[in-house]
Ligand binder design. Structure first.
Ligand SMILES: NC(=O)C1=CN([C@@H]2O[C@H](COP(=O)(O)OP(=O)(O)OC[C@H]3O[C@@H](n4cnc5c(N)ncnc54)[C@H](OP(=O)(O)O)[C@@H]3O)[C@@H](O)[C@H]2O)C=CC1
Ligand SMILES: O=C1O[C@H](COP(=O)(O)O)[C@@H](O)[C@H](O)[C@H]1O
Length: 481
């Protein structure tokens, strides 16, 4: 049973809260992971009474969780924890009201979850401090992306850091809460098998792909200023890269894990100036079809500029200047409105040094599938039955859902919310990780400004622009997704 706390969710009427946070908290409640005294208070400007908020929250929660997991009596008991407080986070007086509402509760843990746009982060922190709501027992959760550049991230980190000690700041990247992402650490550090070959010399290259079929949905206003680089690659994909490339931490605790991740980010070889033309691809979808469904071009999405040059696809050939990984390309790729939803990490090993059975031998690949199905498969060469040494690629396939059949797969936010309540920041990002990631990304963004303003177009429902295929083909490789 976890610790008792008040969880205050700023942005309580927003997309993230209604689609992800409330359903995650509902599941934690349903599985009795929350202390009976945990209270959840949603905060936003909209004038709503508690009943109206509960009705909205129930509607969304029901739509998000599996039919068999949503039970009215469980919702009723969960709803007893829930309240709504209407306030404007830019108004100090509203925080005074909030302090009265919360009352004095010495020693009680308070979690402030900032599910709002980042431009409110500083104001919320300052207002909490000014009204005596930022004491030692409080924690603050910041949603990604932290800022939109190195400069803005430094500014946020500095200003939040003046109010909250680093140990009380939880910078969330929900990919770190995904089961298979944690399984990647188990695979690497709980098995002796792969470690000796997990390095240059044995690994030819690594691919990290997060392909979505979704477009920008209702988030066009935000996305058009962000693009795939800031929305996905700067955080989710670089965090995945860290887990693939990092050295084994000394302990499985926050500082040890963050120390190793930051070393990886600092070893990213800068991509400067015109290099963006050879090492990166920016794309934007035009109209097309995803499955059977016709979908409009990005520029016709709601709240998107009709002349927008924002990228909805990005591919980058990254390299790490480190002893373990020198010379091994890491191909990172993410896009919206792609042919199919698929997130996976592929470690491609080198070819055998001598082709004993002819030239049809394919390289071994370790594929870590994050979604939609979670699993790990190892592609090997085997002899096909019959006469002669005819080889065929086969798979050792581990489907995690089948192996752990009896157990529901937790959503990333469930795990991460529980970690915040329990005060464990291992699966969050420390300030220097975020900054190191921006330092590298900012150079690419600057290169794009000078040399690559117009994204390459790709029809929705395809695998991105042709240039992405060429990024690997030029090196005699191909995307596996
Ligand atoms: N949606 C998603 O799937 C994901 C979102 N994120 C990040 O999470 C954050 C929130 O995203 P999302 O939920 O999509 O955004 P939304 O625009 O849907 O929600 C914003 C929320 O902030 C509230 N708000 C805005 N201004 C104020 C204010 N002055 N005082 C109090 N509340 C305010 C809004 O309510 P009201 O207008 O009533 O005040 C609303 O509840 C963003 O930083 C986003 O990048 C990260 C990962 C995924
Ligand atoms: O953070 C974000 O992630 C989602 C993709 O998350 P997933 O868990 O569904 O893979 C992405 O759609 C969104 O644009 C981005 O802000």
């Amino acid at each position: 049973m976890s610790v008792s706390c008040d969880m205050l969710v700023f942005g309580g009427t927003g997309d993230l809260t209604l689609h992800k946070l409330i359903p995650a908290l509902y599941h934690l409640h349903r599985e009795e992971r929350l202390h009976p005294d945990v209270r959840i208070i949603a905060l936003a400007r909209r004038e709503l009474d508690r009943e109206a908020y509960l009705a909205t929250a129930e509607h969304h929660c029901k739509a998000q969780v599996a039919h068999s997991d949503f039970r009215p009596e469980i919702w009723q008991s969960f709803a007893k924890r829930l309240d709504y407080f209407s306030m404007d986070a830019s108004q100090r007086d509203d925080f005074v009201r909030l302090a009265h509402y919360l009352g004095y509760a010495e020693g009680r843990v308070r979690v402030y979850y900032l599910a709002t746009a980042p431009n409110l982060f500083e104001m919320i922190a300052l207002n909490l401090e000014a009204t005596g709501l930022a004491g030692q027992q409080t924690r603050i959760v910041l949603e990604k992306p932290i800022g939109h550049s190195l400069e803005s991230a430094l500014d946020i980190n500095l200003k939040i850091g003046r109010v909250f000690a680093e140990s009380r700041i939880y910078r969330i990247d929900h990919y770190l809460g995904k089961e298979t992402v944690q399984n990647l650490m188990a695979l690497r550090f709980a098995n002796a098998l792969f470690e000796p070959i997990w390095r240059a010399g044995h690994v030819d290259h690594v691919q990290i792909t997060v392909a979505e079929t979704l477009g920008v949905e209702s988030r066009g206003g935000y996305y058009d200023k962000a693009g795939a680089m800031r929305d996905m690659l700067q955080n989710h994909l670089l965090q995945l890269l860290c887990l693939v490339a990092m050295e084994a931490p000394v302990h499985f605790d926050a500082d040890s894990v963050h120390n190793e991740k930051v070393k990886v980010l600092k070893s990213l070889k800068p991509i400067v100036g015109q290099e963006v033309l050879d090492k990166t691809v920016r794309g934007q979808y035009i109209g097309g079809a995803v499955g059977e469904q016709g979908v409009p071009a990005y520029r016709f999405e709601p709240n998107v500029d009709s002349d927008s040059d924002t990228e909805t696809f990005v591919a980058v050939q990254a390299e790490l200047d480190s002893w373990r990984w020198a010379g091994v390309p890491f191909y990172l790729c993410t896009g919206k409105r792609m042919a199919r939803k698929c997130s996976e990490i592929v470690i491609s090993f080198r070819q055998v040094p001598h082709m004993l059975f002819g030239s049809n031998s394919q390289v071994n690949r370790l594929v870590i599938r994050l979604q939609p199905e979670e699993g790990v498969s190892l592609q090997l060469m085997a002899k096909s039955p019959g006469k002669g040494m005819v080889l065929e690629p086969v798979e050792l396939d581990l489907n995690l859902a089948n192996v752990f059949q009896q157990r529901r797969r937790w959503d990333a936010y469930e795990r991460l919310l529980l970690d915040v309540i329990e005060g464990d920041s291992t699966l969050f990002m420390r300030h220097d990780e975020v900054e190191a990631a921006w330092r590298w990304v900012d150079l690419i963004l600057a290169g794009w400004q000078s040399y690559y303003r117009k994204p390459s177009l790709y029809p929705a429902g395809t695998n991105g622009p042709e240039q992405a295929r060429q990024l690997l083909a030029g090196e005699g490789r191909r995307w596996t997704v």
